[in-house]
Design a protein around this ligand. Structure first.
Ligand SMILES: Cc1cc2nc3c(=O)[nH]c(=O)nc-3n(C[C@H](O)[C@H](O)[C@H](O)COP(=O)(O)OP(=O)(O)OC[C@H]3O[C@@H](n4cnc5c(N)ncnc54)[C@H](O)[C@@H]3O)c2cc1C
Length: 480
């Protein structure tokens, strides 16, 4: 086989940047093409009027893996991406008024409606759970994910641990915890997957185990610091990074990839191509499905999109106090599928993050950044929302926040809305799609307080072919 000297990469998110960095470190000539006008993909950030918003990822879990990637790239993670630990992790309010708080490590407390606070039983049961699952977590993060996927290695290293991975998250939480409030709070922590815990494979408990052992972190300056460090490193090693470059096709000849066809740049020949566009785009548009690996195409066609939510991001004039980083009002575990049901008049189960709690510098002094995820009707096209619908969703979010915080002195300085389709239930198809849109200021500086919305939205960044493609993915009906 001829040596690979030149590689073309589709996509400038973390995967593309990290792959490019590793290859350029080995002396390969790398050209990376990003459809957007900036790098970072789902891990980018955008700053508007002094407020820094996430374009997707909200925190760093398992920082040891980030360290590993940086080591492989010959970079000091500590120097380029200093991390700050999230010490007030999660506050969960339940339908009966019980409040569960997760702080740092095993700092867990349950406050009952009568004011009684309990901690010991939950902490003891959590310790037992960690003892059971920590070896599985370490098998994955210290070994399996650091090597190329191999069934032989998996069986050899994992035969003791793999049997634990049978069953659902809910069944495991039922066994481990006597208190339904703790079960509800823990299953709420993984609701972002879009699937209630009765349908979630128990493997997702590893996210919870990582949360209680390694903790969660934010990079100083925001999530965008990670792609910034990776792109500086790639560019510093001579890698070519091209923005606003929509890859339309992976060019095949005689059954082998020969290059990529980039809008405005023509055919770029390369010895190998890497697509980090989501699997649906790669196997549906970039490759002719007739020529793509049949098994991959089948998986993409069968993949189910799990639930829809819209990200509403607010830059507030004031500091939101009494919160954790992640906050939610949820039903008990077996009713948590209600969280995904959109209602026109109310957000029954608000879910939101307060990034300035950890990183006050993400807002101007005294301000805060909140990111809420109200569910959206599965059949409604969010892309076609008009100003009234835009205003409605903001009103719903601000009213739900007002129920939990004293917002009388809050003023929304700016907001963004994005459409999110969360993870496919088929884990081998990483098809998370995030679209960012309107960024705006209120009509006047003295203007709207929480709950009083007069909005004028505008598109922030130019629509691209990629977005049109993604919107087709977004509106893909869920197979029955
Ligand atoms: C809402 C949300 C919250 C998340 N929260 C977390 C979290 O808290 N913690 C965590 O660890 N992870 C989180 N994730 C996951 C994490 O962000 C992603 O796994 C990671 O950023 C994916 O990186 P990637 O490079 O694989 O893909 P992406 O970030 O999607 O990058 C792909 C890039 O390819 C570009 N592209 C696509 N098609 C083309 C084309 N045809 N031509 C050129 N360019 C193209 C895209 O514009 C994009 O920049 C979250 C994701 C989302 C969406």
């Amino acid at each position: 086989m001829a040596p690979i000297r030149k590689v073309a990469i589709v996509g400038g998110g973390l995967a593309g940047l990290a792959a490019g960095g590793l290859l350029s470190r080995k002396g390969v000539q790398v050209s990376l093409f990003e459809a957007n006008n900036k790098l970072g993909g789902c891990c980018a950030t955008t700053t508007v009027d002094g407020y820094t918003f996430n374009d997707g990822a909200l925190f760093v879990a398992v920082p040891s893996l980030l360290d590993f990637v940086f080591e492989q790239l010959g970079l000091s993670r500590q120097l380029f991406v200093p991390l700050r630990k999230i010490t007030a992790l999660q506050t969960t309010r339940l339908a009966d008024g019980t409040v569960v708080r997760f702080g740092e490590g095993l700092d867990v407390s349950v406050t009952r409606p009568d004011g009684q606070v309990e901690a010991r039983v939950a902490r003891d049961q959590l310790e037992v759970l960690l003892r059971k699952w920590e070896p599985v977590l370490h098998l994955f993060i210290d070994d399996l994910v650091r090597h190329p996927l191999s069934i032989r290695r998996l069986v050899l290293k994992g035969w003791r641990q793999l049997p634990k991975l049978r069953g659902t998250l809910a069944a495991e939480l039922d066994t481990a915890f006597t208190d339904p409030a703790i079960r509800a709070a823990l299953s709420a922590a993984v609701l972002f997957s879009g699937v209630p815990s009765r349908q979630t494979p128990v493997a997702s408990i590893l996210g919870l185990i990582a949360l209680f052992t390694e903790g969660l972190y934010l990079p100083e300056g925001g999530m965008g610091r990670i792609p910034a460090a990776l792109s500086d490193s790639l560019a510093g090693r001579g890698g070519d990074i091209v923005l606003n470059a929509d890859v339309r096709r992976i060019v095949l000849a005689n059954g082998r990839a020969r290059g990529i066809d980039v809008a405005g740049h023509g055919i770029i020949e390369a010895d190998a191509e890497i697509s980090t566009a989501n699997a649906m785009s790669t196997f549906t548009w970039l490759l002719d499905p007739a020529e793509a690996p049949r098994e991959a195409v089948r998986k993409v066609q069968r993949a189910r999109l799990s639930h829809r939510a819209v990200a509403v991001q607010l830059g507030l004039s004031n500091d939101v106090t009494g919160t954790s980083y992640f906050n939610c009002v949820v039903p008990f575990m077996d009713d948590q599928d209600q969280v995904f049901v959109a209602r026109a008049q109310e957000i029954d189960w608000p879910i939101y993050y307060v990034s300035t709690l950890v990183m006050p510098e993400l807002a101007p002094p005294g301000g805060s950044v909140i990111e809420a995820f109200p569910p959206v009707d599965q059949h409604q096209s969010v892309e076609l929302w008009d100003e009234q619908q835009e205003a409605n969703v903001l009103d719903l979010v601000t009213r739900s926040l007002s129920r939990m915080h004293d917002c009388t002195s809050s003023r929304i300085e700016c907001y963004r809305r994005g459409t999110i389709v969360t993870e496919c239930t088929c884990t081998t198809v990483p098809s998370t799609v995030f679209r960012r849109w309107s960024v705006r200021r209120p009509c006047s500086r003295t203007g709207p307080r929480l709950g009083v919305c007069t909005w004028r939205a505008r598109r922030h960044s130019p629509a691209t072919v990629l977005r049109r493609r993604q919107s087709r993915v977004c509106s893909r009906p869920r197979p029955s």
